[in-house]
Design a protein around this ligand. Structure first.
Ligand SMILES: Cc1ncc(COP(=O)(O)O)c(C=O)c1O
Length: 381
């Protein structure tokens, strides 16, 4: 087995904690333990945890998805959930059809299981609508899995119930399954599409507390599927983590219990940054973007070379965007992702730096020294 390197993760690893203004993250401003204002139960069993997850947490997650509790399996992050779905369903040389642009592990994990991955790129000129005809043509009798994210990361485009049903019908005709990463489903704020797991036994949903809740270090995610599929997956999880961290599940459950609070918190943060982005776009003619009304990430097209822009921003402005190469094996090289979940002051600062870097690249002149950020340590002098 040979898994493609997770380049987007390694890109962030090199920059994190070094004082960069990162306006590309897809998570919300981190939530803190102090903000929970609660104490960890002293009688928590520190020896053994339910393999399927803490019952109270599973009950709360089941409510979020509108399914019975026995259709929910708690995992160590959505990352493990994705891995387990692939381990259970994907065989060497089988076909996996992946929507694009796409958060890269959803595309590259099946490659690690030696499947033939076919990307179906969406077209920004169609408002990032999925190309259902191309999806239908790409699916053959070797296809085991169709993969999508709803909302899509990095465009925030939403698949409607009708579109989900069409994709599920295609999967059913070919005895395949549909994996929908629903990490950003509720970032549609009041207009969230249904969970795919409620539409068909062929639908498998994964999600996490990492993004909407700003609780990524807990490493708590979950899977919602039919009982039969869940049983197969659980049998594999016995060999990966057996059960997710009990301590993390306590925190995750506190968060899910306050779901509406976290939804409101995310909405406040994202809407403030969305307004600033709309205001600033007029000052950045090199950027082509229709800002979506929903979601927390955007994927503009850029008239200047995005690799040069990325480098200039890092080296001279200590600012980070996510290049389009992270979201497709071949397409979208003239796009980049921005995230709307960070602190508003940071987002404003990052956009100002982006504006300066763009004007430097389009005019060929550097703006006056006073308006520039210091170069990274080690590059000075
Ligand atoms: C669509 C999507 N799914 C899953 C994850 C990661 O989830 P977790 O931290 O639970 O492994 C990310 C992180 O960026 C993501 O964008």
């Amino acid at each position: 087995m040979k898994f493609p390197p997770f380049e987007h993760l390694h890109f962030y690893e090199k920059l994190h904690g070094r004082g960069f203004v990162n306006i590309s993250y897809s998570d919300m401003t981190p939530f803190t333990i102090a903000e929970f204002g609660r104490s960890i139960p002293t009688n928590l069993d520190m020896n053994w945890g339910e393999p399927a997850g803490m019952p109270a947490l599973r009950t709360n997650l089941a409510k979020l998805h509108g399914v019975p509790r026995d259709r929910v399996l708690v995992t160590s992050g959505a990352t493990e959930a994705n891995f387990l779905v692939n381990a259970a369903l994907v065989e060497p040389r089988s076909r996996v059809v992946v929507d694009a642009p796409m958060y890269s592990p959803l595309r590259d994990c099946p490659r690690g299981f030696a499947s033939d991955v076919v990307e179906i790129p969406r077209d920004p000129r169609d408002g990032w609508a999925p190309d259902l005809d191309r999806i239908r043509k790409a699916v053959n009798r070797n296809t085991r899995l169709l993969v999508l994210a709803n909302l899509n990361n990095p465009t925030s485009s939403m698949l409607s119930k009708g579109e989900l049903r069409e994709i599920l019908d295609i999967a059913t005709e070919h005895d395949a399954f549909v994996l929908a990463d629903e990490t950003f489903r509720e970032m549609a704020f009041g207009r969230a599409p249904p969970s795919i797991a409620t539409l068909s036994p062929r639908g498998i949903a994964v999600s996490t507390v990492s993004k909407l809740y700003g609780l990524g270090v807990l490493r708590v995610g979950w899977l919602v599927a039919s009982r039969g599929v869940l049983q197969r997956i659980a049998g594999i999880k016995d060999y990966t983590t057996a059960s997710a961290s009990a301590l993390s599940q306590v925190f995750a459950n506190w968060a899910i219990e306050r779901h509406q609070f976290f939804l409101d918190r995310a909405r406040t943060i994202v809407e403030a940054n969305r307004t600033i982005l709309r205001e600033e776009l007029g000052n950045m003619p090199a950027i082509d973007l229709s800002v979506p009304d929903i979601g927390n990430v955007v994927f503009p097209r850029c008239a200047v070379n995005v690799e040069k822009l990325e480098r200039l921003l890092i080296e001279n402005y200590r600012t980070v965007i996510a290049h389009g190469r992270f979201f497709s094996a071949r397409e979208f090289r003239n796009h980049f992702r921005l995230g709307l979940g960070g602190k508003t002051s940071e987002f404003r600062k990052g956009l100002a730096n982006l504006k300066r870097a763009l004007s430097e690249l389009t005019s060929g002149r550097a703006p006056p020294r006073t308006s520039r950020k210091s170069p990274p340590r080690g590059r000075r002098g």
